[in-house]
Ligand binder design. Structure first.
Ligand SMILES: NC(=O)c1ccc[n+]([C@@H]2O[C@H](COP(=O)([O-])OP(=O)(O)OC[C@H]3O[C@@H](n4cnc5c(N)ncnc54)[C@H](OP(=O)(O)O)[C@@H]3O)[C@@H](O)[C@H]2O)c1
Length: 317
């Protein structure tokens, strides 16, 4: 195993929801989290060869990283890869704001290096990107990616890193059937043309595309995601029905098909996993081969839903 294993990862395991308290309806996701189930989830993921974990200091202000660090304790550090993020919007004023935030992540995760460190959101690309270079040189971060950057910002960050002999090695943006801005903006093509992995987050629109939730079974009352998505659920029914229908012939769920769609588009999905069975879903999704007609049909249903799921922290790509 090497520090470069993440480059081959077909998908990543998202742990934003792990930053919640784990009580039903409480926090951003309001999912119930059972520590023993998270251990089981991690065992299943590693057994399936899924060993790239995505988190961020801001997910529950350290809580997601701490829970993940505890869960991963029983594995050798060389057997998993960590992806976490520097968030400029909460950086302190000190001279080493990036290093300081990284130190907090390292302590939370119980490690001394991060495989893939992201600039979480663009703030001032020329101000923040150079500050990652000393951390790359020191080896505390092995690779750098940019998230929520538009194409011009990605290219700018790539130039800045390039002057020091590094480069942008991965891109992470919101990308789902309902939100394909990075495709239209040419970011998928740019990354694909350079052999740079594009990691797609919110492929399931935080649960709204899983088929599990609908007008009669909304997202957990009290959670932030319920506020965003519950009002959209009636408009999403035709799409979730379409996903369910395609899944039926593959012995797969609507969620599996939504993830398979992202894979078919050449992306590596980061799926937010809160239950062991979500790993089974990810394994199934990787085996589904969608036809061109399936993809066209699903994208047509998504366009007809006519919803804008761009999140508050995202700018137009
Ligand atoms: N860079 C960024 O700015 C950014 C922004 C957002 C997310 N992310 C990353 O991307 C990850 C994924 O995004 P996300 O967690 O926000 O949303 P998501 O992956 O679209 O949705 C996650 C939710 O979908 C449900 N789910 C997952 N797998 C399922 C399956 N097989 N069957 C049925 N339901 C399933 C779970 O809901 P229940 O818990 O209700 O079961 C889970 O909480 C995050 O965890 C984070 O690591 C990055």
């Amino acid at each position: 195993m090497t520090n470069d294993d993440w480059i081959l990862a077909p998908a990543a395991l998202g742990t934003w929801a792990w930053g919640d308290s784990g009580e039903h309806g409480d926090g951003y996701f309001g999912s119930e989290l059972d520590p023993a189930a998270l251990d089981q989830l991690a065992d299943m993921a590693h057994a399936a060869g899924l060993t790239l974990w995505d988190t961020a200091l801001v997910y529950g202000m350290g809580r997601s990283e701490q829970v993940l660090g505890r869960v991963l304790q029983r594995f050798d550090r060389a057997d998993y890869q960590l992806s976490t993020k520097f968030t400029p919007q909460i950086a302190a004023d000190g001279v080493d704001a990036v290093g300081d935030m990284l130190e907090r992540s390292l302590a939370n995760l119980g490690t001394d290096y991060i495989d893939l460190y992201w600039i979480h959101n663009p703030a001032d690309v020329t101000r923040w990107t150079p500050r990652l270079i000393p951390l790359l040189e020191a080896g505390t971060i092995k690779h750098v990616g940019v998230s929520n950057h538009d194409l011009a910002q990605i290219q700018q960050a790539d130039r800045i890193l390039g002057e020091a002999g590094f480069r942008v090695e991965a891109v992470q943006n919101h990308y789902s059937l309902l939100y394909r801005g990075s495709e239209r903006a040419g970011i998928l093509d740019w990354a694909g043309g350079r052999g740079i992995p594009f990691f797609a987050y919110m492929v399931l629109e935080q649960g709204a595309l899983t088929g599990r939730y609908g007008p009669s079974n909304p997202l957990p009352d009290g959670s932030a995601r319920a506020q965003t998505y519950n009002r959209l659920l009636p408009q999403l029914q035709a799409l979730t029905n379409g996903l369910t229908e395609i899944g039926r012939s593959r012995v797969a769920s609507a969620a599996d098909v939504a993830v398979a769609w992202a894979i078919a588009k050449g992306t590596r999905p980061i799926v937010g996993v809160t239950k062991p069975q979500h790993i089974d879903g990810l394994v199934r999704a990787r085996r589904i081969e969608l036809t061109g007609a399936d993809i066209e049909h699903l994208e047509g249903l998504a366009d007809a839903a006519d919803v804008d799921t761009r999140a508050a922290w995202e700018h137009v790509m």
